[in-house]
Design a protein around this ligand. Structure first.
Ligand SMILES: Cc1cc2nc3c(=O)[nH]c(=O)nc-3n(C[C@H](O)[C@H](O)[C@H](O)COP(=O)(O)OP(=O)(O)OC[C@H]3O[C@@H](n4cnc5c(N)ncnc54)[C@H](O)[C@@H]3O)c2cc1C
Length: 387
């Protein structure tokens, strides 16, 4: 039985959902947020300056220095033994006239900060349950919840991740490609600090990246074939530490594991449109990539920023407002989603290519980036999500 029609329901309690719920409630809509219970997100996120600026202006992370570490350099080391190897390349934020490219945050700290931003929003209610089914009607959708209840809402925000029930039930067309690679993440203690540099060792099956986590700590994101990661993980803590020391070319001395290693399967996902029929998709419900060039959450925050802009441009008191809003949102997101997807996909494939011309192109590209200032500037702009 459905009684009241709510203004909006946000589905999913990951970082995209938490940020979107605050944006929708801040626009004055009576908002219900569906957040199923789940384990804490042990990943970390490198967020570029425009994303951090958005977090500050939206009141989500008022003081980045309180929970994150600045990223001042990006160092790329070609660790392949390929015929054509790329030069070591160092990007420094100072050459772009910036004190940092961005900040690296533990996802649990971001989630706590986003939760804190909800305080003082009486029009935002959290319900600890899943969405089981969604039916689209004239001016509203009917949502069947895991707790047995039914809700009706004008606007539905799908922030329910890669396997989005919202996306599927609302009939969005999506394409997903699975990769044989996965990502292994954990926190490391290093004998010698990496300072503010994110250091990427590019191996044939994917990068081994150390991201600054403060002092002598670093967050590891190691991309390799699933079976390689699985057997490394099964070898235990000591063997992993020894392996990581070798993979980081002993540049930072001995390595200690500070947290257990977690594995994430990788895939890419794109949708034809990010909004229609009163439903909008944000975060991995709309796009997923391998964690190359730190784009996933950066792109998700641009989704939320565009959703906030679309809400500000809409008269939400009008019946049927959600349909026009979802179409406006889709228009605002189209170019960014297409461009970022293409850039990350090309980058990922070029990192893995064994094809000689592709190796030459990649090595040539890195030489060009190393030597040609305007190209470096353009590359930095793309990496930082310049529009
Ligand atoms: C190893 C790794 C490292 C990364 N590093 C970076 C980085 O440095 N920088 C960066 O920008 N990005 C990075 N990313 C990407 C980033 O982590 C993701 O893009 C982002 O966390 C996605 O957030 P999300 O909220 O969309 O999805 P999720 O975190 O997957 O959240 C989805 C939520 O929906 C909920 N849900 C699912 N089904 C239902 C349902 N039926 N009903 C209700 N709720 C449901 C889930 O419980 C969950 O709460 C990385 C990704 C990986 C794998």
């Amino acid at each position: 039985m459905t009684e009241t029609i709510r203004d909006a329901v946000v589905v999913g309690g990951g970082l995209a959902g938490l940020a979107a719920a605050v944006a929708v409630a801040n626009a004055g809509l009576e908002t219900v947020h569906l957040v199923p219970k789940g384990p804490p997100d042990r990943r970390t996120s490198a967020l570029m300056l425009p994303s951090v600026d958005y977090l500050k202006s939206a009141g989500l992370v008022p003081d980045p220095a309180a929970i994150g570490q600045p990223l001042t350099q990006i160092r790329i080391v070609d660790a392949t033994s390929r015929l054509i190897r790329a030069p070591e390349t160092l990007f420094d934020s100072a050459e772009a006239g910036l004190t940092a490219f961005g900040w690296n945050f533990p996802n649990v700290k971001l989630a706590e900060a986003f939760e804190a931003a909800r305080v003082g929003l009486p029009n935002l209610t959290t319900v600890e349950t899943t969405l089981d089914d969604l039916e689209l009607g004239g001016d509203h959708a009917v949502l069947k919840l895991g707790n047995g209840e039914t809700l009706a809402a004008a606007l539905v925000v799908g922030a329910d991740g890669k396997k989005s029930r919202v996306r599927e039930s609302a009939g969005f067309r999506a394409r997903e490609n699975g990769f044989t690679q996965a990502a292994l993440v954990c926190d490391l203690g290093l004998e010698r600090s990496i300072g503010g540099a994110s250091v990427e060792f590019h191996y044939p099956n994917g990068p081994f990246t150390l991201v600054p986590a403060g002092g002598n700590r670093a967050n590891l994101v190691w991309i390799d074939n699933r079976d390689v990661l699985k057997s490394a993980q099964e070898g235990g803590k000591e063997k992993l530490a020894a392996l990581f020391r070798e993979k980081s070319q002993r540049l930072f001395g001995s390595v200690e594991l500070l947290t257990p290693a977690h594995m994430f399967l990788l895939s890419s996902l794109t949708v034809d449109v990010a909004g229609k029929d009163g439903v909008v998709l944000v975060g991995e419900a709309a796009h997923a990539f391998p964690p190359i060039g730190a784009q996933g959450l950066n792109l998700s925050l641009r989704d939320v920023a565009d959703l906030a802009d679309a809400l500000a441009a809409t008269d939400t008191s009008k019946p049927g407002f959600a349909r026009a809003l979802s179409e406006d949102y889709a228009r605002r997101r189209a170019a960014d989603l297409a461009r970022t997807g293409t850039v990350v996909d090309t980058l990922f494939r070029s990192l893995l290519a064994d094809f000689l011309p592709a190796q030459a192109l990649r090595a040539g590209g890195l030489w060009a980036l190393k030597l040609v200032p305007p190209l470096r500037k353009a590359a930095l702009g793309v990496g930082m999500g310049a529009r």
